[in-house]
Design a protein around this ligand. Structure first.
Ligand code: BTX
Length: 323
């Protein structure tokens, strides 16, 4: 609301000093009781407020937010993240991104939400996206590439996110083909790439990125508690989500520029350096069958190569991998 914005402006001008309740009520033109109510609202949003008799109020700690303002301040990219579409609660950021693409959104536009009520994974699975603790976003790219090369962008995104997480947290991460980022064997990130394309032309690629950031173990949904993790669980520290997003946008943009200029070669090498399953026996499970074999690597198009016991190479376009 505009009152809330004015209130935050008053505090931001006071630069960490106390502001008296009287002054706030004068500036906002409302009663002291109303001021108190607005303070309670800020507390509910995660602001830590200090109230001292005769001195007034002070913001001791701001909540970790991912609105456009937080993301723009200090952003070093040319286009990814320049245009942020933020909403507190959405069904799925992918849905909004699809609409924005249709309306002509620029390359690099990002849709971000504090919470998703029906976040989705691949094959219409659920992606848990609780309020305020993760990064739930969709990045819109408009590459001029053939449709069959689109899977490369999932792998590119995984590399960029892996690099950014390592930079910001010092953790070491692995990538499980095609789209999971694992820390100590557990899933911290999911990536969902969706296309808007004609048979011969891509209009846009929407890269959906879900990252568990500040969830405690007991706050992970029960059905994923054994298989999932968060950056907080792995580092013991809270991570500023906007900072991590800026790092991700920077890495993504670097890789994407390189990809558009020079092709998939270097991205493929980087991806393989993070891959946890290459050279190991894995099972690739699709809707209709399962193939077990040794993961030999990925093709130039980003397709997984699996060698079965008879030495036959299978090319896996889409599957779930069990290691
Ligand atoms: P996926 O199909 O590989 O993974 C989905 C599976 O992962 C679920 O079936 C469940 O077992 C597990 N899972 C669900 N939620 C979580 C979680 N928070 N952490 C770890 N594991 C989980 C992966 O699909 C792709 C996910 C993309 C999510 C982003 S968020 C922003 C964008 N909007 C949207 O609706 N989806 C994408």
């Amino acid at each position: 609301s505009s009152i809330r914005r004015q209130l935050l402006e008053i505090f931001s001008k006071s630069d960490g000093e106390f502001v008296s309740g009287q002054m706030i009520s004068d500036e906002l033109g409302c009663s002291r009781t109303a001021v108190w109510k607005h303070m309670e609202d800020l507390r509910k949003e995660g602001y830590e407020l200090e109230a001292v008799r005769r001195l007034g109020y002070r913001i001791a700690r701001k909540p970790d937010k991912v609105t456009g303002n937080e993301i723009h301040l200090g952003l070093q990219t040319d286009y990814i993240g320049k245009n942020i579409y933020f909403e507190e609660t959405v069904e799925s950021t992918q849905k909004i991104a699809a609409r924005l693409v249709y309306e002509g959104a620029f390359e690099g536009t990002v849709v971000v939400a504090e919470e998703q009520t029906s976040g989705r994974g691949r094959l219409s699975r659920t992606w848990h996206s609780p309020k305020g603790t993760g990064i739930w976003m969709s990045v819109i790219l408009r590459p001029d590439i053939p449709v069959q090369k689109a899977p490369q962008l999932t792998l590119l995104a995984a590399v960029g996110i892996a690099q950014a997480i390592e930079k910001c947290t010092g953790l070491s991460v692995g990538i499980k083909w095609p789209n999971d980022i694992l820390i100590n064997g557990k899933k911290a990130v999911g990536i969902l790439t969706e296309l808007q394309a004609d048979p011969d032309k891509i209009h846009a690629v929407i890269i959906g990125i879900g990252i568990n950031v500040n969830q405690q173990h007991e706050h992970l949904a029960e059905d994923i508690r054994q298989i999932a993790t968060s950056l907080l669980i792995e580092t013991g520290r809270e991570q500023k989500r906007a900072e991590l997003m800026q790092a991700i946008f920077l890495q993504l943009e670097k890789l994407y520029k390189q990809y558009m200029a020079e092709g998939f070669g270097i991205i493929k090498l980087l991806w393989e350096s993070y891959a946890v399953s290459i050279g190991k026996e894995i099972t690739a499970r699709t809707m209709t069958n399962a193939i077990t074999g040794i993961a030999k690597g990925i093709t130039e198009d980003g397709i997984l190569m699996l060698e079965d016991r008879e030495g036959v190479i299978h090319y896996i376009h889409s599957a779930d991998i069990e290691i």
